[in-house]
Write a protein that binds this ligand. Structure first.
Ligand code: SF4
Length: 380
């Protein structure tokens, strides 16, 4: 087993990187003022033909140009309401642009300003690892009683695999409903790729930790025995978000000591002990709602990506105080790759009739991934 994790790219990502067009030199070293003016001018000239989507974790210099902001699922669903847009510029990471392409209308093209903006969690499940896992579950006599479920933070290949086998997709906002739906149909769930979201959600629903096992894709048969698998209700893929695993229970102790009465709210991608030590947990949309609706004078320590936390702090100040649970700050470094320079290059390219860094999901994958997404919608 390798000592450190190395990202494994799926076929679509490999192709995208191959086709990745680097930022031309003319777009380097521009002043903020010039970029602001030129992005504004290009945006105005393109009108309704383009829509810019900005994820909550995106940096301020980019998100300020977004027509819509939200989490990955909320943004993808905006597309259905925007049939006039020919180009969807998704300022997020690769799997989000793929989801947008799966849901887009036939005439719409999805663009990720920098194709190197990936997601370390999505990369932790490679298609061949999942094929091997499923074949081994079949050999161990467990596959028939197992529902595959993938978090939306996964590649289109993984979503397609799950869809083809009767499974579905979940978000951090509907994970509980998805697990309930799955257990109504099968005895066990194979949960991909985030072990923490899977564990935290199942535990909140009353599943004890000793009925959950972790499937290690670098070990034969996931490193598990038949007995362990027979006993399990949750088979958790050994994946995680490199941003959210930085939060610790010790940080919670420290903020409680420093800010008496503070409310600690975390994203469910955090490790189990952090979730237990926090006062509340939920998706980014849930976190925003809780803090926005909280009483004046309250103080919040938030455990999620730093750009969201900073913007929320500015929004609710001076009525309420918001701090990051990690005082050093947890940055999604891959999303950070999308810069205003990239956005400008993309928009000016469109004005000249050139589409840079388009993300496309092959039709066969699109079909099964769409089926899995539609199942998810029917559950929600
Ligand atoms: S915050 Fe984590 S899960 Fe979200 S895009 Fe970044 S690496 Fe992926």
């Amino acid at each position: 087993m390798p000592a450190t994790f190395l990202p494994i790219l799926n076929e679509v990502e490999k192709q995208s990187l191959h086709e990745r067009q680097p930022l031309p030199e003319a777009y380097l070293g521009l002043s903020d003022e010039e970029m602001e003016l030129r992005i504004g001018a290009a945006r105005a000239a393109l009108g309704d033909r383009v829509v810019i989507l900005g994820h909550h974790y995106q940096r301020d210099e980019v998100v300020k140009f977004a027509d819509y902001t939200g989490d990955s699922w909320k943004l993808s669903r905006e597309i259905a309401k925007l049939p006039a847009a020919d180009f969807i510029v998704f300022c997020g990471v690769h799997f989000m642009a793929e989801s947008a392409d799966i849901l887009a209308l036939p005439h719409q093209q999805v663009i990720l300003p920098d194709l190197a903006a990936g997601c370390s969690m999505a990369d932790m499940v490679a298609p061949d690892q999942l094929e091997t896992c499923w074949a081994e579950l079949e050999q161990m006599g467990v596959a028939l009683s197992t529902m595959p479920v993938t978090y939306i933070n996964s590649s289109a290949t993984i979503k397609s695999f799950v869809g083809e086998r009767g499974g579905t997709i979940c978000t951090s906002g509907n994970a509980e409903a998805t697990l309930r739906w799955s257990w109504d149909r099968k005895e066990k769930i194979l949960f991909l790729p985030d072990q923490h979201l899977g564990r935290n959600t199942a535990w909140k629903m009353g599943v004890p930790l000793d009925r959950m096992v972790v499937w290690d894709p670098f070990e034969p048969f996931g490193g598990l025995t038949t007995q362990e698998l027979d006993n399990a209700r949750m088979i958790l893929w050994k994946g995680h978000c490199s941003v959210h695993v930085r939060f610790t229970a010790k940080q919670i102790d420290m903020v409680r000591a420093q800010y008496p009465g503070v409310r600690v709210i975390v994203h469910p991608e955090v490790p189990f002990d952090v979730l237990r030590a926090a006062d509340d947990s939920g998706s980014t949309e849930y976190i925003l709602k809780q803090v926005r609706e909280a009483a004046p004078g309250t103080t919040w320590a938030v455990g999620t990506e730093i750009h969201l936390v900073h913007r929320l702090a500015e929004e609710v100040a001076p009525e309420k105080t918001v701090i990051s649970l990690d005082q050093v700050g947890c940055l999604c470094s891959t999303m950070f790759r999308v810069s205003p320079n990239h956005l400008l290059w993309i928009l000016e390219g469109l004005l000249e009739g050139r589409v840079h860094n388009r993300v496309t999901v092959p039709d066969e994958q699109k079909k099964w991934a769409r089926i899995a997404l539609d199942r998810m919608l029917s559950i929600s």
